[in-house]
Design a protein around this ligand. Structure first.
Ligand code: SAM
Length: 380
């Protein structure tokens, strides 16, 4: 949408906050001015990003210091600049918009590259979510174990639980939990065909807990998968940045949670008044991705009620991504010939810009604004 149509359009302004001034004022003029300025910010961001990915040399230290300087100012003083599209501010029609594009651009990328970047251990399979470093982890694998241990405790997993992992990635969380609890059962849902292929191989591998007969894989879309059974616990880690409709997704999950069951939502989140996203990540990394505001999540309380919540400092994610970037940089000779659909040199720049930017985002404001949220929910 161009600037003039934004200014002249009639919008529901209840969701919006102005760039400056009283955020409760809901003034149409402030709103329209903000949307106009946001569209200027969008164009500027994309021009800079595309110059970089098309070959303009900017050393890492300069990129880092640019993000390290600008992001805290934006997070603290101009969070409205991070709402590039109106859909970021309100619920979308579908539970997850554009899920096939997301698989193509992100999760079905060559697994040789993703697995090297994320780490592919005997027990901890590639895990594409925050590791926990605050409890003394000295490497990526340990940080991921500490994170899963922390979730086991908060969700109060008991041996014998029947658990749904909504968006299970490569099956790393189920594999670790099944190794700890010999009578637990897991169902994992994932739309990524490549990641499902990884799990299918593990389901044939006697060394994997996914081959124990206690793991069921469902290759399917969050949008239209229905479960006939009810689970004791549901866990979802790092997936809800792809969910645009909390009301509908919570309704769906509540219907497959047994009475008295618990849902543990682990999600990238921001402690700003609004949800955030960016034109760059929407086009190149996570189509339709958004980061929900930490305080807004418990307000979607028709089917679930949040009984406890935790904010995990973003430094944990910044450190995790620093390891991913190092792994990615170390893997070039092995992964440069894989099929990315574009030239590897360009792909490498797209990917490095994403990682460097996010390393800085999560470290902004000492990790206190952009981190992860965990929400323990029960039936409302
Ligand atoms: C950031 S990864 C997190 C994976 C895993 N939970 C972990 O912690 O490693 C997000 C996962 O959600 C899956 N996903 C995203 N959108 C989906 C959709 N519409 N339906 C099913 N799975 C989806 C992706 O394929 C990916 O496995």
């Amino acid at each position: 949408m161009d600037i003039m149509s934004i200014i002249s359009a009639k919008h529901d302004i209840q969701y919006h906050l102005p760039l400056i001034g009283d955020i409760h004022a809901k003034s149409p003029l402030a709103y329209r001015t903000t949307r106009a300025l946001v569209s200027v910010a969008n164009v500027t961001q994309m021009a800079f990003a595309e110059a970089y990915i098309n070959g303009v040399e900017v050393p890492d230290w300069l990129l880092r210091s640019f993000f390290d300087t600008s992001m805290p100012i934006i997070f603290k003083h101009f969070p409205a600049l991070q709402t590039p599209y109106e859909w970021v501010l309100k619920e979308t029609d579908q539970v997850a918009e554009g899920s096939r594009d997301l698989m193509k651009i992100q999760y079905d990328l060559p697994q040789g590259m993703l697995n090297r970047m994320l780490g592919d251990g005997k027990l901890i399979y590639p895990k594409y979510s925050m590791g926990l470093w605050e409890k003394g982890a000295t490497n990526l694998e340990q940080s991921q174990m500490h994170m899963i241990d922390d979730m086991i405790e908060k969700l109060d997993i008991q041996d014998g639980d029947n658990i749904l992992d909504f968006g299970c990635g490569w099956g790393g969380v189920p594999n670790y939990i099944l190794s700890r609890f010999p009578n637990c059962r897991f169902t994992g849902l994932n739309l990524s065909h490549q990641q499902c292929e990884y799990m299918r191989l593990k389901m044939q591998d006697p060394e994997s807990y996914l081959s124990s007969g206690r793991f069921t894989l469902v290759e399917g879309d969050l949008n239209d998968t229905q479960f006939d059974e009810q689970f004791d616990k549901i866990i979802s880690v790092g997936v809800f940045c792809h969910v645009g409709n909390l009301t509908h997704s919570f309704r769906k999950l509540a219907s497959c949670l047994r009475p008295g069951g618990k849902f543990f939502l682990h999600i990238i989140t921001v402690r700003t008044p609004n949800n955030i996203s960016s034109v760059y990540t929407h086009k190149y990394i996570f189509p339709h991705g958004r980061y929900w505001s930490f305080d807004s999540i418990p307000t979607y309380n028709k089917d679930f009620r949040t009984v406890e919540r935790w904010y995990l400092n973003g430094m944990n994610y910044s450190k995790t991504m620093t390891r991913w970037l190092a792994n990615f940089d170390d893997s070039y000779t092995d992964v440069e010939d894989l099929d990315y659909g574009i030239d590897f040199a360009k792909f490498r720049r797209i990917w490095r810009l994403y990682l460097i930017w996010f390393i800085s985002n999560f470290a902004s404001c000492d990790g206190e604004i952009n981190g992860n949220g965990q929400f323990l929910m029960v039936h409302a």
